[in-house]
Design a protein around this ligand. Structure first.
Ligand code: HEC
Length: 147
């Protein structure tokens, strides 16, 4: 709880600074956009270790579509439009495919990236559902493979 409050405080501080500098706005501003995951298998509270929407999942195409829009609304301002990093944050198309990449992906979206009290990446799992986050991962993986 303490940590969470601390995170919220520093997010609030960044939000305050955002008013002063557009650079800060790119980092601190969390206005999560609702993601409609209708049609995708509901996953419940407990995190899956592995992306459940990867082929041969029957609604893989839908997951890619949902993920593309969820990404552009929630991650693109730091990680780059269409997944192409402009240098502020890592290029997520470069994540390992498969289970290994899933573990790192999950670790980051759940824990965010906070150093010395500064929020480099918010805990996105506090704002978005597991369904939305795995669909983003599904879309990112669809970009890193030639189809
Ligand atoms: C406020 C800016 C910001 C937003 C919004 C953001 N990220 Fe990040 N993200 C970062 C930064 C900065 C890093 C690098 C953190 C570090 O290494 O210290 C990062 C790292 C990551 C990593 C690890 C990448 C690697 O190569 O190690 C993943 C995965 C990730 N973000 C996923 C996401 C997803 C998915 C979203 C949207 C749901 C998102 N991020 C939204 C800033 C952001």
């Amino acid at each position: 709880m303490f940590l969470k409050n601390k995170l919220l405080t520093s997010t609030a501080a960044l939000l305050f600074c955002a008013g002063l500098s557009t650079q800060a706005a790119a980092h601190g501003d969390v206005t999560p956009q609702g993601v409609d995951t209708t049609g995708l298998e509901a996953l419940g509270e407990e995190w899956r270790d592995e992306n459940p929407y990867r082929p041969p999942y029957e609604n893989n195409e839908l997951a890619i579509k949902v993920g593309a829009s969820a990404y552009n609304q929630n991650c693109a301002r730091c990680h780059g439009l269409e997944g192409i990093s402009g240098g502020i944050a890592p290029d997520l198309r470069m994540l390992e495919p498969g289970l290994e990449g899933d573990e790192w992906y999950q670790y980051r979206v759940v824990n965010g990236a906070v150093r010395d009290g500064a929020v480099y990446m918010p805990k996105m799992a506090d704002y978005l559902s597991q369904e939305a986050l795995w669909s983003i991962r599904t879309w990112l993986e669809s970009l890193s493979v030639d189809e």
